[in-house]
Each structure stands twice: as C-alpha cells, then as structure tokens.
Design a protein around this ligand. Sequence first.
Ligand code: FE
Ligand code: ZN
Length: 520
Amino acid sequence: MDMKAAPKHKMGLKERYAAMTRGLDWETSYQPMDKVYPFDKYEGIVIHDWDKWQDPFRLTMDAYWKYQAEKERKLYAIIDAYAQNNGHLNVTDARYINTVKLFLQGVTPLEYMAHRGFAHVGRALRGPGPRIACQMQALDELRHAQTQVHAMSNYNRYYNGLHDWRHMYERVWYLSVPKSFFEDAVSAGPFEFLVAVGFSFEYVLTNLLFVPFVSGAAYNGDMNTMTFGFSAQSDEARHMTLGLECIKFLLEQDPANVPIVQRWLDKWCWRGVRLLSLVAMMMDYMLPKRVMSWKEAWEMYFEEAGGALFKDLARYGIREPKCMQQVRLEKDHLSHQVWTTFYNYGAAAAFHTWIPDADEMDWLSQKYPESFDKYYRPRMEYWREQAALGNRYYNKTLPMLCQTCQIPMLFTEPGDPTKICYRETSYLGDKFHFCSDHCKEIFEYEPEKYIQAWLPVHQIYQGNCFEPGTDPTAPGFDPLAAVLQHYHLNFGRDNLDFEGSEDQRNFAAWKGAVTRNQVG
Ligand code: FE
Ligand code: ZN
C-alpha cells in the first residue's frame, strides 16, 4: 500500500508481533471451527488454550522476507563465484562428489517434502501462533530445496549421477528410504508431523545430518555446499526451537497428551536413526578427508546433547526413546555394514563405491577398535584382492527389505554382529518382514498404513519397474539393465566403482590442465 497514515504511537516489538499474528486471526461464524479445522483433534491431542503457544523468535512475515532476501543475495554471489572459478576442482578428490550426489538424490527432495508438509500442517492448526511458524518454515524448506538445486547444478555440468535426481527419488531402491520416511510423516496427523519433523528430525537429528555434510564439505574444499549449508543453518536454529516449543506446548496442555507424544518420540527417533545410516556411511567412507567418525558424532550430538534434552523433558513424564539401547550396540557397526552393502550393490546405485585404501582402513581401525579389524577389515581386504584379480563381484540379486524403514535386511542382531537380524509378523494372512524390533513395533501399531508401502524390490518382482514396451520373457532379458533404464541410471557412467570411472578420469585431466601445460 502507498497510502501513508500517521500511526497513533509506535508499537513495541511484542505489541507489533501480536498485531501481525494473533490480531489477524478470527473465529469463524458461517461454519463451525471444527469443520474449518477438521484434522487437529482426531489424533487424541487435547489443546485447551492455543494462545499459550510461545513464539521463540517473534518474527513477522515482513521481517522474515527482509532477512531471507539478505541471505539469498550473499549465497548466490558465492555460488556464482564458485562456478565461474571452477571451484569444483578444489575438492580433495573426485570421490568427494559422491557425497554431493547422495545429498541431492536423497536429502534435497526431503526439503521439498518438508515444504509441502509444513504448508499443509499450518493450514490444519486452528491456533494462529503455530500456523504462522509453520508458514515460515514451509517457505524456509522451499528455499532450502531451491538453493541446494542451484548450488549443486554446477556439479551436474561436470560429473555423472546428478542429472535425474528428482526422477530417481521416486524410483531408486535406496532412495525409497528417505522418501518413505517423509511420506510417513506427511500422511500422519498434523501433530504427529510436527513431532516427527519439527522435533525428532529438526531438533534431535539435524545436527547429525547437516553438521557432518556441511563440515565435510568445508574439510574437502567444497565451498558451494558449505555456503548453502550455512545459509540453511540459520533457519535450522529457528526450526529446532519451533520443534522444541511444539513438544513443550503439547506436554503442557494436557496430561493425556504425554503418552501420545512419547509414542511418537519412540517411533520417530528410530525412523530418524535408520535414515541416518546413510549419513554414517558418508562420514566414515565417502569423505576423502574425514571430520570425525560416525560413532564420535553420534556420541557428541545424540548421546550428550540429546541425553540432556530428554533429562529436561523428564519433568513432563517423558523418558528417553526406546531405541537408545539398540543404537548404542549398533554404533560400532552401522557405517561398515551399510557401506559394504552399497559396495555389493554398486551396479544399481547412482554414485560410485570403493574399498578404502590402506591409510583409510587404519583410520577406521583406530576409530572403531572394537569392531573394524575383527569383522570388517578382512572382508574388505578380501574384496580388494578379488577385484585386483579381475573378480569384482556385483550383487545382482534383490534383497529383502524392511516393511517399515525399507532398508535391505543388512543390520545384525543387537549384540551379535555375525548374525543378520530378521523379524516377521502376519497381518490378514500375509507375512511382513522387519530389520528390527522397533520397525516391527511401528508396523504393528498401524498395519493398515504400512501394508501400503511401495517397496522397490517387490515392485521390481511385480514387473512395475520396467519401461513401457519391455518384454521380460524375451530371450536374454537382463532384468538389472531394464530396471536401470527405468531409473534413468546410465550404466557405466553413474554406477560401478570409482576406480576407472569417467568422474575419476575427467577430474584428473582437468586438474592437470590447470596446473600444467598440456602437450599435444
Ligand atoms: Fe530444511
Ligand atoms: Zn526397519
């Protein structure tokens, strides 16, 4: 508006905030409030007074746009400079780019899903305080998705595996793990979504996703990822506070909310932990220059920081998530088990895999004295020997997947790393399989939800992952090749070993071209 009216008095921050948020709200009169907001009661959560919602940042929309625009200007200036100066040649080595591929394929689509989720949930809540907070977070998440796509588009000009990430996210087996995590959250009720994403994901786990990726980027010379990471991190601080505020609000409103929230915390901590197994592998195996081990990160960010948080919530009757004991037993094994699985299935992944070199194995022995030399080093040394003899083995069979987390059954029994952990249950005459007691319990609480899971392996066996016109009965039919076509995965360029890959060759040649004169 151009019209200028002299204000009677200048409003203080608090007053202004109240006018620009609560003051914009009204009670409906043509329709009952329950019909306008049909979703905020069915989960059993009782809210007596929406005004008790405290907004930690007291941010109004006009101030929000100003801050975000400033961040965008700085970020895009750096992204442009990075692209113009061939910044990609400053990374430690081209193996590093595979972490960027994993991020773009598996995390960026989640940012977009978070955007949609918060937009939806904001509409579903009848209190104006959380509604506005959700609106801002929905916009933040959209910005995160966009800045990541823009930042990483530069790598797509030079490296394989980044060309069709959105298409891959909907189809590729390992990407159904993050996808199903978020679809579980957005298809839940509004309060469960807030606890799932706002609390378990943003508050408890964000440090273990963002910090390793962003500090990993800094350690490995990737200014690009580091910059969008920092730009997102200032939003994350707001999201973490919102997540914590949300849970305290629910717990303070009514004692009946406590057991519901506890069940969500148990469920979403576990789902988050399973999702983080990709980060564990990234930290211990994919960064040429490592920041810290997965185990150290887990102890620092979850056991210490998360432990303090659950002590703080104890006064409401909240206890530690149930999965803590199992995670303690898994932390010495997780990254090794996941990376060896990807090494096995390296023909079906849209990034490269490799066996760590001698120095890297020594680092792993030192970081994992209880487990690496005993269980994993011999396996990897054997595979390296075999590869040197020309027997590089790519597993082409399809693994059984957990019905809940959708990860192949690769995890071992808690306390026995020599035995794969299988659980099963029957529902309506069908048998379902799980990687753990926790995934089984999540299923058994809401079987109607999880029997609908789109499991990549089942879909392949049912013939739903071939391009139209494919004839699986044709002589010499190669199912893997047909599935990779459906994934838009370029065989021999996007997948297989890093050693001998086009990425490796190109990087070496380009590096050579900037440091030496070329002959001939
Ligand atoms: Fe985000
Ligand atoms: Zn599972």
